[in-house]
Design a protein. Structure first.
Length: 137
């Protein structure tokens, strides 16, 4: 697949700025993926949100979690990771907003699948994701 699609999971209350920067920089990088911005623009009932997000994640090749300092308390992120895993969508994380390897991770995201915000490393992770889960040929 020439242009893998990534769903971006992030803590809306604390890392929206980093999400916007990540999306913007990805357009100018040589990283081989496209990001679909499917952030909810308005509040909706939980069951409706879950159904919409599950469908959107299923249409992607991977889920990228932007891991901020307060990520462990972001319940929506943990739900999105679980939805991805339930649908065999590969997941990896990128540290943002001053978070690092000592920061708490959301449930379901392993430390060894969370990397620094460096586009070369992100490109390598995208390539790896394209050989895992539902992307296997």
């Amino acid at each position: 697949m020439a242009d893998p699609r990534a769903f971006i999971s992030f803590d809306y209350d604390h890392n929206e700025t980093e999400k916007n920067l990540f999306v913007g920089q990805s357009k100018n990088s040589k990283t081989p993926f496209s990001i679909q911005d499917w952030s909810a623009k308005s509040s909706m009932p939980q069951s409706e949100w879950e159904a919409i997000v599950k469908d959107k994640i299923n249409k992607c090749n991977m889920l990228i979690v932007l891991v901020g300092k307060t990520m462990a308390g972001a319940n929506g992120v943990a739900k999105e990771i679980k939805m991805a895993k339930d649908q065999n969508v590969p997941v990896f994380g990128v540290y943002v907003g001053g978070a690092d390897s000592s920061s708490n991770l959301p449930d379901g995201l392993p430390r060894n699948r969370t990397i620094k915000w460096e586009w070369g490393a992100i490109a390598a992770a995208v390539t790896q994701m394209m050989g895992e889960g539902k992307n296997k040929s």
